[in-house]
Design a protein around this ligand. Structure first.
Ligand SMILES: Nc1ncnc2c1ncn2[C@@H]1O[C@H](COP(=O)(O)OP(=O)(O)OP(=O)(O)O)[C@@H](O)[C@H]1O
Ligand SMILES: [Mg+2]
Length: 173
C-alpha cells in the first residue's frame, strides 16, 4: 500500500520518494522492478516522502518514523483479527505521535458487499482512529502491480488509490 500510494501521489502531481524502513525490503524490491517512484536516498530532502514502516511495534525505525511524520496512516483490513492487531498499533501511534500530526485509518482489502465492508465507520470508531472516507477494495490487480507497476491497474483500482492520495494530501500541513 505504501508503494501504491506513493505512485498515486506522483500521478496526482506531487514530487514524491518512498523511504523503505521495513527490513523485509518489499517496497525496495518492488520499486527496483517497476521503477514507478524514486526510492528515497539518505540525506536528500524530499518535498513529500512516504515511509513504509516495519511491522514490529517496538522497532526503533517505527518510533523514529512516528516522530518525524506529518501524517500517519494505519492500514488494516476490516477483519476482526487484523483490527485486534491494529488496536496495539493505535496505542503506539498515540504514544509517539508528534503534536499537530494527523493519524487516520485506511481500510484495505475491503469487500464491499460483506457485513464487515458495510460498517467501516463503526469499526474505526471501535479502535479509536478517524477513518479516511475512501477505502481500498480487495483486488487481484493490486497484487499484479508488484511485478508490473501502475500499468497493471485498471481504472477502478487507480481511482481508489487516487482518492486516498487526494484525501491524504488535503490533510498535510
Ligand atoms: N487491496 C488488496 N487486494 C489484494 N491483495 C492485497 C491488497 N492489499 C494488500 N494485498 C496483498 O496482501 C499482502 C500484504 O500486503 P501489504 O504488504 O500491503 O501488508 P503489510 O501489512 O504491510 O504486510 P507486512 O506486515 O508483511 O509488512 C501482499 O501480498 C499484498 O499483495
Ligand atoms: Mg508492510
Amino acid at each position: 500500500m505504501a508503494v501504491l500510494l506513493a505512485v498515486a501521489f506522483q500521478k496526482a502531481g506531487h514530487r514524491v520518494a518512498l523511504l523503505d524502513r521495513d527490513p523485509q525490503g518489499t517496497a525496495t524490491r518492488w520499486l527496483r522492478e517497476t521503477r514507478d517512484v524514486e526510492l528515497a536516498q539518505p540525506g536528500v530532502d524530499y518535498r513529500l516522502q512516504v515511509i513504509d514502516t516495519p511491522p514490529q511495534l517496538d522497532s526503533p525505525l517505527l518510533l523514529q518514523s512516528l516522530a518525524e511524520a506529518d501524517c500517519v496512516l494505519l492500514v488494516s483490513s476490516p477483519s476482526p483479527a487484523d483490527l485486534w492487531t491494529s488496536q496495539d498499533s493505535v496505542a503506539v501511534i498515540r504514544a509517539h505521535l508528534r503534536p499537530g500530526c494527523q493519524a487516520r485509518i485506511l481500510f484495505n482489502q475491503v469487500q464491499p458487499r460483506t457485513v464487515l465492508g458495510k460498517d467501516l465507520a463503526s469499526l474505526a470508531h471501535r479502535i479509536g482512529l478517524t477513518p479516511l472516507t475512501t477505502h481500498v477494495s480487495r483486488r487481484q490487480a493490486f497484487q499484479h502491480s508488484a511485478l508490473l507497476g501502475w500499468r497493471a491497474l485498471d481504472s477502478e483500482s487507480r481511482e481508489e488509490l487516487l482518492h486516498v492520495a487526494l484525501e491524504l494530501a488535503a490533510l498535510q500541513p
